[in-house]
Design a protein. Structure first.
Length: 116
């Protein structure tokens, strides 16, 4: 699900790192409530997606970045890191994408949907 479309009031934001911990072009792997998530810094903007390829449940975060797409290192499926949408086969299902923001203290916050 693309949680980026949620109103910020529908999310709980948790601090995951300092802004300087993820230099431009780098990524950070985090686990929150048992969910593996990878956070990318692309041109100074942070994007967070599930660290799992929807094609075969393999890890996605170690894949190569090209623009705003990450390719699965196992079979080459591609996903847009901004939305989690698949952009190339063999994956056909999107993956979760999470909102991020940088607070006044320079900390990266990741938005998790509030439980209903």
């Amino acid at each position: 699900m693309n949680y980026n479309t949620l109103d910020p009031d529908q999310c709980e934001f948790v601090v995951i790192a300092d802004q300087g911990d993820i230099p431009n072009g780098e990524r950070l792997f985090v686990e929150i409530d048992g969910d593996a998530i990878v956070v990318f810094n692309i041109g100074g903007t942070f994007f967070a997606i599930a660290d799992v390829c929807s094609h075969d449940d393999g890890p996605l975060g170690d894949g190569e970045i090209d623009g705003h797409e990450v390719s699965c290192p196992r079979h080459g499926a591609r996903f847009d890191v901004r939305t989690g949408e698949t952009t190339r086969y063999p994956a056909v299902e999107s993956i979760d994408a999470y909102p991020t923001r940088v607070n006044a203290d320079g900390e990266i916050e990741l938005g998790l949907p509030l439980e209903a």
